[in-house]
Ligand binder design. Structure first.
Ligand code: GCV
Length: 671
């Protein structure tokens, strides 16, 4: 049985387990004795402390921290003029390493990068590298509520809030800041976008001092704090009878609120707003549009350098399933495209990666390509609401990477989403990526220990979307589970393949929404079929799928012509999205050569076998992987298998009953 090196007291360090890296670098052992910090920025001091702490954990010796360059050998932390904000250079010399940046946060990111190289056992004695983050906003989005619950959270309770109060002395907050900074995150929205009565008060004097305390913790790690706010706060807090964004008193309310916040949190990031969505208040209540709604907040924040993250998850959640012309997938584009150019420069539209809602397979939202005069940010879900709820292994980097690499063709070939959200394609100054966090107060942070890889991958991709999933997974494994080749050979393919496995035994060919409506876990094929949420599959005895072409809802027309054409025609529509775009018969032949019905059967049988294979592979690691991680993951893999079997049988039986077509391989399908 492997020893427990994973835990340090009560805290699990995830990928910051320095003690295990002690044999990785004699060069660090030599240079790290003296940390010379010639920069007074707070984050540079943190960098010095992080390097010193790592050194201490590796070698049991406390390095000297000073500003004396004559102490040799050393690691030097210094400012330089050349790098972009947050960017850094690392250069090794005979007996020294210099980490330089134009700002303290860059130095901190450089320090964490150096430690990552060491953890991955790379030679740091001849480093000469420079890095700049590709995305400006790299945000962690908490869906934490004041009562301590977390919307769609699968790893325990909030580390920030408890019983209606702010738990600002929780030591886990600093641990979290370290984890986030180590992968380049530079902002955190502390509370859920569904802002309840209690959370509405977060922008008042009753709560701001404690929020300011949390902001202090994150500031030391180069992370700005944001809050989700209630659009109706002028009524709820300001005593006004309206929240109309064009009402002067409403504007004054937001200005006063902004002044109050910045007096306590000078680097406050800004507001995140879910408006006119899923029964939340918003500008449409007053006959105003989203630009007018966002701009009143943006105007209030602008003098202080704050921004508004305005969500585009807006659709009619009371539709009638009998009306086939309505299409929820079209809603965000229809609402926001006409407003392009009307948002102030400090507004960023926050767009979910797909047009519907974080299903295991969706096309990329066409809205990314439709807003040349507006700042945009891609929102992804690290928490596994629809992807197995941290009971199932589902490494999400391949899904995010597909979205980031997606070529919208809006400015000719090569207009990829990663470059749109970075501002490059349309020359915007602001934009980036936000991920809904998957952590809670679970001792291992994420419930499923391997779900830590999703948190890690999100940060790494936000920093550099061109990194491959394989590289990111390999780094995470080495930093978290160690360098044993058996571990790498086993866990790497498990992670990389896990999204495909999940997709195999759940919803086929881009159809989505076959989950239980109550908690979004487990199969319920018709659970959403006759509901008001606009999430239908339209399966009948003949076929299945949503006709979103010009013969149907016309959704395909929201893409640039080459993409619209691709999806419009059966001949070119990729198999994995077929049922998202087309209603076809069960006997329709896919590009793979299989019929739709046979694909459903095959993928569901295969998915279950793949989970069994993962379990066998994982079991072979019993003696090499940390015992706590081994047991936690094994327990969840077994739950995953039970659930996969349930999915397989429910889906196969459902479609067998609908179609009356038997499995050509004669496997067991219940009737
Ligand atoms: C925060 C989905 C989730 C909701 C979530 C919403 C959103 O509908 O199920 O829990 O609410 O998305 O993104 O606003």
């Amino acid at each position: 049985m492997a020893t427990n090196k994973y835990r340090d007291g009560d805290s699990v360090k995830c990928w910051l387990r320095y003690a295990d890296y002690k044999d990785n670098s004699t060069f660090f052992k030599q240079c790290g004795k003296n940390i010379v910090c010639r920069c007074t920025d707070l984050q540079a001091k943190t960098a010095a402390e992080e390097l010193a702490a790592a050194y201490y954990q590796m070698y049991g010796i406390k390095p000297a921290i000073s500003d004396d360059v004559d102490s040799q050998p050393h690691i030097l932390l210094e400012k330089c003029k050349s790098s972009d904000p947050c960017g850094f250079s690392i250069k090794s010399d005979t007996d020294s390493i210099a980490i330089t940046s134009s700002d303290g946060s860059g130095i901190l990111h450089g320090a964490f990068a150096l430690l990552r190289y060491i953890g991955c056992n790379e030679d740091i004695s001849e480093l000469n590298i420079s890095e700049t983050p590709r995305e400006k906003l790299r945000l962690m989005l908490q869906w934490d509520n004041a009562d301590g619950s977390i919307e769609r959270g699968y790893a325990g309770q909030s580390i920030f809030f408890k019983g209606g109060e702010i738990n600002c002395t929780n030591p886990k907050i600093r641990d979290y800041a370290r984890l986030l900074a180590s992968v380049g995150i530079n902002g955190i929205v502390l509370n859920n976008v569904n802002v309840g009565q209690r959370e509405t008060l977060f922008i008042t004097d009753s709560y701001l001092p404690k929020i300011a305390h949390i902001a202090d913790i994150f500031r030391a790690y180069g992370i700005r704090v944001y809050l989700s706010v209630n659009f109706a706060a002028p009524i709820d807090l300001g005593g006004l009878d309206t929240a109309d964004p064009l009402d002067e008193n409403v504007a004054v309310f937001w200005q006063k609120t902004a002044s109050k916040i910045y007096a306590q949190i000078p680097d406050f990031g800004g507001f995140c707003v879910k408006a006119d969505s899923e029964n939340r208040p918003g500008p449409m209540v007053y006959g105003r549009d989203h630009a007018q709604g966002a701009n009143v907040l943006a105007q209030a924040l602008a003098p202080f350098g704050g921004i508004v993250l305005w969500r585009c998850f807006v659709y009619n959640c009371h539709v009638d399933w009998r009306d086939r012309s309505t299409d929820r997938a079209k809603a965000a584009y229809d609402t926001f495209k006409p407003l392009d150019g009307k948002f102030l420069d400090n507004v960023v539209l926050q767009i979910k990666n797909g047009p519907v809602d974080f299903q295991i397979r969706e096309p990329v939202s066409p809205l990314f390509g439709a807003l040349p005069k507006t700042n945009v940010l891609m929102e992804v879900q690290i928490t596994q609401e629809y992807t197995g709820q941290q009971k199932h292994l589902c490494f999400l980097a391949p899904m995010w990477k597909e979205a980031l690499d997606f070529d919208t063709c809006v400015k000719g070939r090569g207009s990829v989403v990663a470059d749109i959200v970075s501002g490059k394609v349309f020359e915007r100054n602001l934009g980036g990526i936000g991920g809904i966090s998957n952590i809670g107060d679970a001792p291992n942070w994420t419930g499923h220990p391997l779900a830590q890889a999703n948190l890690y991958a999100f940060g790494r991709l936000a920093w550099n979307p061109t990194l491959s999933c394989e590289k990111i997974a390999d780094e995470w494994i080495k930093l978290t589970l160690g360098h044993n080749t058996e571990i790498i050979k086993t866990v790497l393919p498990m992670l990389l393949h896990s999204r495909a496995v999940y997709e195999n035994y759940t919803s086929p060919l881009g159809i989505g929404w076959m989950v239980k409506p109550s908690n979004h876990y487990g199969p319920d094929v018709d659970g959403y079929e006759y509901s008001e949420w606009g999430t239908y599959h339209y399966a009948d005895f003949h076929g299945i799928g949503v006709e979103r072409t010009s013969r149907g809802t016309g959704y395909t027309r929201q893409y640039a012509p080459p993409i619209a054409d691709l999806y419009e025609h059966l001949e070119s529509c990729p198999d994995e999205l077929l049922l998202f775009f087309h209603h076809v018969s069960y006997t329709h032949k896919l590009h793979s050569g299989n019929t739709v019905i046979q694909h459903i059967y095959d993928s569901h049988f295969r998915g279950v076998e793949e989970v069994k294979n993962m379990i066998s592979a994982w079991k072979r690691l019993e003696d090499v992987v940390d015992n706590e991680i081994f047991q936690e993951a094994l327990e969840r893999l077994k739950i995953q298998l039970d659930s996969a079997v349930e999915w397989r049988d429910v889906i196969n039986t459902y479609f067998y009953r609908k179609s009356g077509i038997a499995d050509e391989k004669g496997r067991k399908i219940y009737d």
